[in-house]
Design a binder for this molecule. Structure first.
Ligand code: AVI
Length: 337
């Protein structure tokens, strides 16, 4: 597949037989639950990835712009403490503007290697070839892995520090307990002297959040409904796409945006031999996007054995780029309150 420039780290490529079977099994399981739910990683087929790129450009979706603005303005500061020889590992195989800004800030003198990690080797090779042609000095070593399950990292050369870079606030699409496990995996992959740098979308006026997931042009609605289109195409489902409404709202108790597809009528949907009944108004939850405050991110980091060393925010305090380091005994105190 052709990777969109801000392609989500949860993205999947054109399905292999195994991937299709996993999609089928997860879908059948998720639709049998009460309430019904599906995993957000399935948004990112070819059409979904293109729609996500369009979302990143929307006037209401401040997330990508805020993060890019931070990295653009503070790249030198962010990399300043990374040391003289650095290996940058990016789960999700980013080829984003933000990654480029950090690689450029490190430059050939300090950036020993860039390791994009993705489940799709096709996407990886494309991203790697593009980066090699733009930065001939850069050693790019793609690694095929599902980082949500495992992140095997060969030990870095003596004197080389590993920095795991996870931008895009993709961490927010994981349930907090899964986010904790993911960060702990990053900590182990980075090693005791390593660094984990994560982009986090911050809590803010719920009206701003609401607008970001309910854009006037309806791109987010199309992105959400594309999941039904994908199930029809890949699983032979018979969803009537127009019979489901996009519904997204900020849920302040959990501090998360919830995206749903709400059935507009009483209906039955078939996927192969299985049938799923919907009452009018019943929903499928398709995504949660958790928003954090700084103390919340610090708590999350701590449970993963990391501490918050530094945080860079945009002027409007919408987004934060966090530098996390392994907690060494005795645990260092953070400056964030
Ligand atoms: C990929 N992820 C960080 C996006 C988010 O904001 O949670 C996905 C998205 N869903 C709707 N709009 C964007």
């Amino acid at each position: 597949m052709t990777p969109p420039s801000e392609r989500s780290s949860l993205a999947s490529s054109e399905p292999t037989d195994g991937a299709c079977e996993r999609f089928r099994a997860d879908t059948l399981e998720g639709l049998a639950l009460t309430p019904k739910r599906l995993a957000p990683k399935y948004f990112y087929d070819r059409a979904g990835s293109i729609l996500f790129d369009q979302i990143c450009e929307l006037p209401e979706y401040y997330v990508t712009r805020a993060e890019t603005a931070i990295v653009r303005a503070r790249a030198q500061e962010i990399v300043a403490s990374w040391g003289p020889r650095v290996r940058v590992v990016e789960p999700g195989a980013g080829s984003s503007t933000k990654t480029r800004l950090l690689l450029e800030a490190l430059g050939p003198a300090r950036c020993v290697e860039y390791v994009p990690v993705d489940i799709s080797s096709e996407h990886l090779e494309h991203a790697a070839a593009q980066l090699r042609s733009e930065y001939p000095w850069l050693k790019v070593t793609p690694a095929t892995a599902d980082f949500t399950v495992d992140l095997p990292m060969p030990a870095a050369e003596e004197g080389v520090r590993t920095v795991i870079y996870f931008p895009g606030s993709t961490i927010g699409n994981f349930e907090p307990s899964d986010a904790e496990r993911l960060l702990a995996r990053f900590r182990r992959a980075a090693g005791p002297g390593g660094i984990v740098v994560v982009g986090i979308d911050l809590k803010k006026d719920p009206n701003v959040l609401h607008a970001a997931y309910n854009d006037a042009q309806g791109v987010t609605a199309t992105f959400n409904r594309n999941l039904l289109v994908r199930m029809n195409r890949e699983l032979g489902a018979d969803f009537d796409v127009d019979a489901f409404a996009h519904y997204a709202f900020y849920e302040p108790v959990h501090g998360r945006i919830e995206m749903h597809l709400v059935s507009l009528s009483r209906q039955t949907v078939s996927i192969g031999a299985r049938q799923f009944r919907f009452t009018e108004g019943e929903s499928i939850r398709t995504e949660c996007s958790y928003k954090y405050d700084l103390p919340g991110t610090e708590r999350l980091a701590r449970t993963a054995g990391l501490h918050l060393l530094d945080a860079w925010l945009d002027e409007e305090r919408r987004f934060a780029v966090l530098e996390l380091r392994p907690v060494l005994w005795p645990a260092p105190r953070s400056s964030v309150t």
